[in-house]
Ligand binder design. Structure first.
Ligand code: FES
Ligand SMILES: [Fe+2]
Length: 457
């Protein structure tokens, strides 16, 4: 069938018009619990996301334990932009743009290390670890009037940390980090105040043919997929006690949490849970650091996950890699890095309690790798499915037929999800297996609001 004369042919649209059309559709669709599939795996949308989302919001950079000493550095990205996350001589965190002020070469090419200076490999301009320009070869012959004070490395204008988690924002104006995190701080306190955590080893990184939004949406709390998508791993007896139903528990989904979302099991037992950490590790926790309400939630917590907009997720897994072994508490922080339309890089950090034994930390790492890593039992279940979503989303058919996906569980004409009236934390809590799409909708609403905020246009 040929297209009518007054109907625009979507294959001929400019990128800008295409994004505008999709955003208009998104605004209407969200009201009825739908999302146009075209927002995924789409070049035009992706280009705008780099600017309007990653160029506008606070983005996670790294944990303080990754750069414990002055001069310690790691290469990191904001969107696709290259930065150096470094602790300078005064102990301050800096997020330096990895591009020489002379002709733009990367001044740092090692993934990590310790250095007092970064020397550009092209012509040799040299910067100290605060980013100040301190050396120019043959300066008196060729650059005798160059003002070094004006030629330090560019830096992310906003850098701050929350409980050791360092974030940066590259927009000229940014709200305070705590304001951006909003209700998420209540949860972050529960992990990072209660437990002195450190990163174990280097983060694992791997590329996947997925839109960064597909796993982000999942980690906003898609509890509905667990019994089906992870059936084989659960039946094999790996993973968490709560997900396998071994312990009686209730699943909560937390939405309306300032654009971030969480979900977690609460185990009904006199025996403390603390995400599967054993008593000798729980003894090392800072129990007085939490409010009574937070502490009670922590005490009963089984597997917990959540996502902070735009692309920082975590899973706190009381799990095991072998049905014969005891479970351990593994905290995995993961960043879904955008790497092109329908492409991302996963960066996966394993955290363990700092005061636990080396042997325990090793178990934490092993359980992390066996569950969520390129070959992790749970990872491979998800990724195989996510590939298909993004292939379909990028199809000509989806574009021409205006295909939408559904987020109407627990709303509209469906039986309403149960709200927990006496929930003690931020946001709205849903009970009964989190049978709601409110968490996922929170992600897409925040995405839509950020994409249509004129600050990025
Ligand atoms: S590009 Fe760095 S010194 Fe020339
Ligand atoms: Fe999953």
């Amino acid at each position: 069938m040929s297209q009518g004369a007054d109907e625009p042919d979507s294959s001929m649209e400019s990128g800008f018009n295409r994004v505008q059309r999709i955003l208009d559709d998104m605004g209407d669709s969200l009201d009825v619990g739908e999302v146009p599939m075209e927002i995924l795996n789409n070049d035009a949308v992706y280009e705008e996301e780099l600017d309007r989302i990653f160029g506008q919001t606070w983005v996670y950079i790294g944990h303080e334990s990754e750069v414990p000493e002055p001069g310690d550095y790691r290469q990191r990205t904001i969107g696709e932009d290259p930065f150096i996350f470094v602790r300078d001589e005064d102990g301050e965190f800096r997020v330096l743009f990895n591009s020489c002020r002379h002709r733009g070469a990367n001044v740092c090419r090692a993934e990590k290390g310790n250095t007092s200076h970064f020397r550009c490999p092209y012509h040799g301009w040299t910067y100290d670890n605060s980013g100040d320009l301190v050396g120019v070869p043959q300066k008196s012959a060729g650059f005798d009037h160059l003002d070094a004070d004006d030629h330090g490395l560019h830096q992310a204008p906003h850098v701050d940390d929350y409980k050791g988690l360092v974030f940066a924002c590259i927009a000229p104006e940014a709200p305070p980090l705590e304001e951006h995190l909003g209700g998420a701080t209540w949860f972050l306190d529960m992990y990072f105040d209660l437990i002195d955590m450190e990163v174990i080893g280097d983060p694992h990184r791997w590329e996947v043919e997925n839109d960064w939004k597909t796993p982000t949406e999942n980690f906003y709390g898609d509890n509905y997929h667990i019994p089906m998508g992870h059936k084989s791993a659960i039946e094999a007896g790996v993973g968490s006690d709560t997900a396998t139903g071994e312990k009686e528990s209730e699943l909560y989904g937390i939405a309306d949490c300032d654009g971030h979302a969480f979900s977690f099991y609460q185990i009904e037992s006199d025996e403390p849970s603390y995400w599967g950490h054993p008593p000798e590790v729980v003894e090392t926790f800072n129990h007085d650091a939490l409010t009574e309400e937070q502490h009670e939630v922590a005490r009963k917590s089984g597997v917990t996950l959540g996502t902070m907009f735009p692309n920082l997720s975590f899973i706190f897994l009381g799990g095991r890699d072998d049905p014969e072994k005891e479970s351990v508490g593994t905290f995995l922080l993961r960043k879904w890095e955008p790497r092109g339309a329908g492409k991302m890089e996963v960066v996966n950090w394993v955290f363990a309690p700092k005061h636990a034994s080396d042997e325990y930390k090793e178990r934490v790492y092993e359980v992390g790798m066996s569950s969520f890593s390129p070959a992790g039992n749970f990872e491979v279940d998800d990724v195989g499915i996510w590939y298909g979503i993004d292939d379909a989303a990028g199809s000509v058919f989806a574009r021409k037929n205006d295909v939408h996906t559904k987020f109407t569980m627990g709303s509209g004409d469906n039986a309403a999800a149960t709200v927990v009236d006496d929930w003690v934390g931020p946001g709205t809590a849903y009970r009964e297996g989190g049978m709601t799409d409110e968490n996922q909708l929170d992600f897409y609403r925040t995405w839509y609001e950020t994409m249509t905020d004129n600050g990025g246009m």
